[in-house]
Design a protein around this ligand. Structure first.
Ligand SMILES: Nc1ncnc2c1ncn2[C@@H]1O[C@H](COP(=O)(O)OP(=O)(O)OP(=O)(O)O)[C@@H](O)[C@H]1O
Ligand SMILES: [Mg+2]
Length: 342
């Protein structure tokens, strides 16, 4: 199936001090590469999760896709159209078809607007004037399971879960092909988290929307995502189907992330792997494999050589950057059986 969104070798660079300060102090203006050669695709109706520790560049990728942040290099193409380098006016027609739900549910809704005007603001922004705002607000509220009279409320009169539903409804206003949801469950009670996720999943089923979901919560990933990409220091270190990665993580960072995740199944045997040390600064990236400073399997080559991506032989869609990828469990079992029979 064709890709709705295709991101290729995306780079985003931030200056770390104002250029005026750099000028007056006579120092070079240092920069960080917050997103460093990231590539992925999302197909129609598919959910891709971006996972990784705080500061790994997830929100920056989202903001760059929707044009809130300029790219330093690479490509973002939506339905075959390159968006990088487009003028704001040219980009606008594509932004109708992809919407973003921001990280903070209540804070991302303007406090002085009623729910009805929040829900119909996308029509005003995109010059869609032939619709009745009251009827549209009602239609959208119904889609997300809220009563019609919520249109008269203000954001501070909503609970966290209701605010998230309004966020979903607003994202649906212009029938998007892609929703980017940045931490859609953060700050919500567990039961409300489930409601919001089920709502997104149902709408995706009914409307065939693709979703890019950004989350720290691996249970959410498992529940929602067809594929997942694991980020470390602004790079994708492993990408593949959710099933493949949960069953056979190949990158040691992924293994450690998954092992730190509380598993709902009480019978699951958990060998929790601590990731030692601090996340390195993007200002001073480690040489070689950037995870080597925290990797329990690191060898000399890992300190020297940046690993090229390798693909899983059984699953070409699953790739990872590691000199010593973890063996697949089937391989481990075969090896230990061979050792016993020797
Ligand atoms: N406007 C900015 N100016 C300078 N640096 C920035 C800016 N926005 C983000 N950064 C830096 O870029 C890096 C990536 O930040 P980003 O917000 O994308 O991370 P994240 O993965 O979304 O983290 P979290 O999980 O905490 O939301 C961080 O080091 C951050 O400090
Ligand atoms: Mg973020």
């Amino acid at each position: 199936m064709s890709a709705v969104l295709s991101v290729e070798d995306l780079r985003v660079r931030f200056r770390t001090m104002g250029s005026l300060k750099a000028l007056t102090t006579g120092t070079a203006d240092p920069f960080i590469d917050a997103v460093c050669g990231v590539s992925f695709e999302i197909r129609k109706g598919e959910t891709l999760a971006l996972v990784g520790e705080s500061g790994s560049g997830k929100s920056t990728i989202a903001r760059t896709i929707i044009g809130l942040q300029p790219a330093f290099g690479g490509s973002v193409s939506f339905d075959g159209q390159e968006l990088i380098g487009l003028k704001a006016a040219e980009r606008k027609s594509y932004l109708r078809r992809m919407t973003m739900m921001f990280q903070d549910p209540v804070g991302s809704l303007s406090p002085r607007m009623t729910v009805q005007s929040l829900l119909t603001e996308p029509f005003r922004i995109h010059g869609v004037s032939n619709r009745d705002p009251g009827a549209e607000a009602e239609r959208l509220l119904r889609m997300v399971g809220l009563p019609a009279d919520f249109g008269r409320r203000y954001p501070h009169q909503l609970s966290g879960g209701q605010a998230r539903r309004v966020g979903v409804a607003r994202a649906l206003a212009l029938n998007p092909d892609l929703i980017i949801a940045d931490e859609p469950t953060a700050g919500l009670d567990v039961s409300v988290q489930g409601e919001v996720l089920n709502l997104l999943a149902r709408l995706q089923d009914e409307l065939g929307i693709a979703i890019l979901i950004i989350t720290h919560n691996l249970n959410v990933v498992r529940h929602m995502a067809d594929r997942m990409a694991i980020m470390y220091l602004g790079r994708v270190v492993e990408i593949g189907s959710t099933e493949s990665i949960f069953d056979h993580p190949r990158h040691p960072y992924t293994e450690a992330l998954l092992s730190a995740n509380p598993v709902p199944d009480p019978d699951a045997v958990l060998n929790r792997i601590e990731i030692k040390g601090e996340v390195p600064s993007m200002l001073r990236r480690p040489t070689g494999c950037e995870f080597h400073t925290r990797c329990q399997y690191a060898q000399d080559i890992c300190r020297r050589v940046f690993p090229a991506p390798s693909a899983n032989p059984d699953d070409a869609g699953h790739s990872f950057r590691c000199h010593f990828p973890l063996q697949q469990k089937s391989q481990q079992a075969a090896d230990s059986a061979a050792a016993i029979s020797r």
